[in-house]
Design a protein around this ligand. Structure first.
Ligand code: PAF
Length: 281
């Protein structure tokens, strides 16, 4: 399985695919891969002549240094998991200096306000870090299609905006959230939950499903109130936000109009921060 740590070597390798007219699919990750990531890799393999998976824990998108420190780094296991999808998938696993050339700073981005809401409001600088690294990775890989999970729905919208604003000509493919049997959205952070917490965390999706039901008959304010009330009976969960927003702009919704809405949640369970979302209509 081809594994690269240097961008120039990767670029030269990918040129062969480009020269032979193959579409290149790209799945950017921070490693600690789970079935959700592998679903993205499978989709890319099915839709492209070549697939690249990057594994890079990007320091500039962590606003909490402890989170960066604790982020699982499992390169060998990740490579083995990718090989089970297809042995020809190309892995790019650079060091920090290779990506940042000794200047580990993010660029400041204006994503037309998408960056200031929800995750952006609670994780200052996060989307500057995401924009910076995704742009750098896109410049290296120059993919035809790039695959992002809908669990990070705000990130998905921001990457689409980045591609639009910088005219990158890359097709961004949003992929459905992969869930554990209990309904818990798959996330590398789930590894940090105790067995009991991981079981209890299924409540998050149940509350989102209830919100979808309530949305059929209740006002937006009522749906929100009911969701937050539901968490009150589970005091081990500390919700950071519960938002109902219009899908493309992520503007907080107040009145129901003929538009697509999603409910978004960020919640702490112990010291692990979990996010999830659901389409409401
Ligand atoms: O979603 C992630 O894992 C990261 O935010 C990404 C897109 C790989 C950028 O570091």
């Amino acid at each position: 399985m081809p594994i690269f740590t240097k961008k120039d070597a990767l670029k030269a390798h990918l040129q062969h695919y480009r020269d032979s007219g193959k579409a290149i699919g790209f799945v950017p990750t921070m490693g600690a891969l789970h079935q959700g990531h592998l679903a993205l890799v499978k989709q890319s393999v099915a839709q492209n002549g070549a697939t690249v998976v990057s594994i890079f824990v990007n320091p500039t998108q962590f606003n909490n240094p402890d989170d960066l420190l604790k982020y699982p780094r499992t390169l060998d296991a990740d490579v083995q998991k990718i090989a089970t999808v297809h042995p020809d998938v190309v892995v790019f696993a650079p060091e920090v200096d290779e990506m940042y050339d000794g200047n580990t700073q993010s660029k400041h981005y204006d994503f037309d306000g998408l960056e200031t809401k929800m995750e952006g409001a609670h994780r200052p600088g996060h989307f500057d870090g995401v924009g910076t690294i995704v742009k750098k990775l896109f410049d290296i890989v120059q993919p035809t299609n790039a695959y992002f999970g809908e669990k990070d729905f705000q990130q998905l919208q921001i990457v689409k905006k980045l591609v639009e604003k910088e005219s990158l000509g890359i097709n961004i493919v949003g992929c459905p959230i992969s869930r554990e049997e209990s309904g818990l959205a798959m996330s590398s952070r789930n590894e940090r939950l105790t067995e009991k917490e991981r079981k209890d965390a299924a409540i998050i999706y149940r509350i989102l499903q209830e919100a979808r039901e309530h949305f059929k008959t209740e006002s937006i304010a009522e749906v929100r109130e009911h969701a937050l009330e539901a968490f009150e009976t589970h005091p081990e969960f500390k919700p950071e936000y519960f938002e109902i927003a219009e899908e493309s702009t992520l503007e907080t919704a107040t009145l129901k109009e003929n538009r697509k809405y999603r409910a978004f949640i960020a919640v702490f369970l112990g010291n692990v921060r979990l996010i999830d979302n659901i389409s409401l209509n």
